[in-house]
Write a protein that binds this ligand. Structure first.
Ligand SMILES: C[S@@+](CC[C@H](N)C(=O)[O-])C[C@H]1O[C@@H](n2cnc3c(N)ncnc32)[C@H](O)[C@@H]1O
Length: 550
């Protein structure tokens, strides 16, 4: 789906700028519409060519606010406060600003002289804004060494097979290998291009002798077939991808490999349960598949290549390096993409979209959405994941404030006593799942916002008031009743105070000398403690404020 469509209109000395209208097919349509209406934002703007720079920038501010709403995801929308026009997250900001830049560039092509000036003012401001997203959000890693042995050979192999790159490989203290710009890469440029023929995809299993026995199994997915294929290919000295397999780590260090000490540190967190369940599921999958395949087809599935440890290694490989790609035949699948698999993740990435093979060039292009200077690490976005997911499947916590680090809250009371659901503001059945995140991320100045998400407050206010009708979080000012407010804050405290007790005080061991998993588990627990304490502190300040205004 194109992010932006361009409609140029010029009548009577006006430039018309159209953002794509909100689509009713967007599952978040009604909430985005409500928010844009509440803020009086439009998706079509008219700029007189005679406008002063100040006037142009004022309209641009409105355009940017509207684009931010268009590009909001569910979490950003859930936490959006009515007095905060953004930015909401580096991802949302980069998407929004890039979509406007694409539109302006397209308007500039063939524009008449009088409108070029207005468009240039817009363009230069947008470029400044994009650059400042990087400056404000990036936390650089420390390069340990640039020269990278086998990785260098992987790059040479790639270039011999049609890879084009403006990246070289470096080692970083915090993240192992990563990619660094070997020259200045400008916004919109392609940092890396991988021919489709180098992508490890389902087709390779279909072409192999494994396909016959595998396709006879019930319920086996293409992803699992490919995982089993990679377990053997890893040791195939004649593999076309030998150099790729040779550069893979011996150990992946994801949450799936946490030892007992690390798991003990996680006591009191939801992550402990998640990790144990994920591992148990993998073990069940292994037991159901590998022993039988090895017994029935010993020539194809050699027992020594299909041990539990090797299966777990392959799972970690696919979880931490797999990319969802739409191939040129239109099929979507999880693939391994040599060289691209060396890019690290950032909350403020350079590369946001990379999942579709270009039909005309039959290659996967990694285009930067913000510039990357020579020598800077070039980052990818792995997705909008909370820390628990990144630890489980990738084995790290990103630096900086992660807006997707949310704690879910399930409420049973989705309906009123008479059984009506609360459809007043959502237009859909009411949420049963709410969430919180660190209240330091809230930018609202409203006295009754408490740093908590508007839908959660609306839900609790209505449930505790007893009328069961939720106020639209962005709608007319909610009626503030002090006793109701107190009850809301006390309810939140009654959930989070026991959690804080359960998680306990900060572990007082020497982290720097601990194993990687124990240190990571302790960092995760600190983060959870910080989020929970921010919620309880905000509630206590809210209660104090209510007392003071009594
Ligand atoms: C796709 S690979 C990237 C290349 C990887 N650094 C390597 O040396 O093979 C994903 C892995 O890189 C590491 N990684 C990626 N982004 C990171 C980050 N921001 N901080 C720490 N580690 C990161 C994690 O170990 C993750 O599982």
């Amino acid at each position: 789906m194109p992010l932006v469509t361009v409609e140029e209109g010029e009548s009577g000395g006006t430039v018309t700028i159209c953002l794509p209208p909100l689509s009713e097919e967007d599952p978040l349509f009604s909430e985005k519409k409500r928010l844009s209406d509440a803020r009086n934002l439009k998706f079509r703007y008219q700029l007189p060519v005679s406008s002063s720079t100040e006037e142009v920038l004022q309209i641009l501010d409105q355009i940017v606010q509207a684009a931010r709403i268009l590009h909001m995801d569910e979490i950003e929308l859930y936490f959006a406060e009515d007095d905060d026009g953004g930015p909401y997250s580096p991802r949302n900001e980069l998407e929004s600003l890039n979509s406007i830049l694409i539109m302006i560039n397209s308007l500039l092509t063939g524009a008449k002289t009088d409108i070029i000036q207005v468009l240039q003012v817009l363009k230069s401001k947008i470029i400044t804004m994009i650059n400042s997203v990087g400056v404000q959000n990036i936390d650089e890693m420390i390069i340990e060494k640039l020269d990278a042995g086998t990785e260098e050979m992987l790059l040479i192999w790639g270039e011999d097979h049609g890879v084009r790159t403006k990246l070289k490989i470096a080692h970083f203290k915090e993240a192992g290998r990563g990619a660094v710009a070997s020259e200045d890469i400008s916004m919109g440029d392609i940092a890396l291009e991988i021919p489709e023929s180098l992508i490890i995809s389902e087709d390779l299993v279909r072409e192999s002798d494994m396909y016959d026995p595998l396709k006879q199994l019930d319920d086996i997915t293409s992803d699992t077939m490919l995982l089993l294929w990679s377990m053997r290919e890893r040791y195939n000295s004649n593999s076309r991808f030998k150099i790729f397999f040779d550069t893979l780590p011996e150990e992946f260090n994801t949450g799936l490999s946490f030892g007992v000490d690390a798991l003990a540190v996680l006591e009191g967190t939801l992550l402990l349960e998640e990790l144990l369940q994920a591992k148990q599921l993998l073990r069940q999958q292994y037991d159901a598949l590998c022993p039988k395949l090895c017994a029935n087809h010993p020539k194809i599935f050699q027992q020594e290549l299909y041990t539990w440890d090797k299966f777990l290694w392959a799972c970690e490989l696919w979880y931490s390096n797999g990319m969802k790609v739409v191939l040129s035949d239109g099929k979507l699948g999880t693939c391994l993409v040599p060289i691209a698999g060396l890019l690290n993740h950032s909350l403020c990435p350079h590369i946001l979209h990379y999942g579709r093979v270009d039909q005309s060039t039959k290659s996967l292009k990694f285009r930067v959405s913000r510039s990357c200077k020579a020598g800077e690490q070039c980052y990818l976005s792995y997705g909008t994941f909370p820390g628990s997911h990144l630890i489980t499947f990738y084995g790290f916590l990103p630096k900086g404030d992660n807006p997707y680090d949310v704690m879910p809250l399930d409420f049973d009371d989705c309906c009123n006593e008479d059984g009506r659901s609360n459809e007043a503001w959502t237009g859909e059945s009411s949420r049963t799942t709410h969430m919180v995140r660190g209240t330091w991320l809230s930018k609202s100045d409203k006295p009754h916002a408490y740093g908590l998400p508007p839908p959660l407050l609306a839900h609790l206010r209505s449930v505790l008031k007893g009328d069961g009708i939720e106020q639209p979080p962005e709608g007319p000012k909610p009626d503030i009743h002090k006793e109701n407010e107190r009850a809301v804050l006390e309810t939140v405290l009654s959930i989070f105070n026991p959690m804080l007790e359960g998680i306990g005080d900060s572990d007082d061991f020497e982290r720097d000398n601990s194993r990687w998993d124990v240190k990571l588990a302790a960092d995760y627990k600190d983060l959870q403690r910080r989020i929970i304490s921010s919620v309880t502190k905000s509630c206590y300040s809210g209660l104090e404020m209510l007392d003071a205004s009594a």
